[in-house]
Ligand binder design. Sequence first.
Ligand SMILES: [Zn+2]
Length: 169
Amino acid sequence: MKTAKFEILGLEIPIGKFQEYHDDGLVLYIPFKAEELSETYASKGGIPPCLYALNPSGLAVSHESGIWPFKTQHVHIFYKKGVCEPEEFYVRAHEETHAISMLGKLGFLERAIKHKLKLKKRFRSLGEELRANVGGAYALLSRGFSVDQIRETRPADSTDIALQILGLQ
Ligand SMILES: [Zn+2]
């Protein structure tokens, strides 16, 4: 069985025959990497154009290669070096959560979270960004970081809601 390994979330998930997951690691500038992948796959990969301008700390993109019926979905994540270890873990787990969503495998992450923590809302009913923040907070909690350390790591507004969903606020 083919699987994809999500290092920071600590998950290995079965994926389809025509799916590939790539953790491209650290990059210096997110938009350049996004552009490079668009050229490699000759497609935009559904990246909202505003993200190029925002210079985010990480990105997950999905592209297709090949021709029908052998089209393969390639999901990539990449991220910038964080100012501290928890920030880097948070961003990576956030992007890993987007990638799992793009691969249509959210059920595996939802079950892993429920195994250790509460989940006050259905995972699928959350918005994409909020869900990715829940993934980021979950990864830090399962690595032994405290709620206070998580709050110090990320902007309070988005993190607080994620922590509420995990029953920790
Ligand atoms: Zn995001």
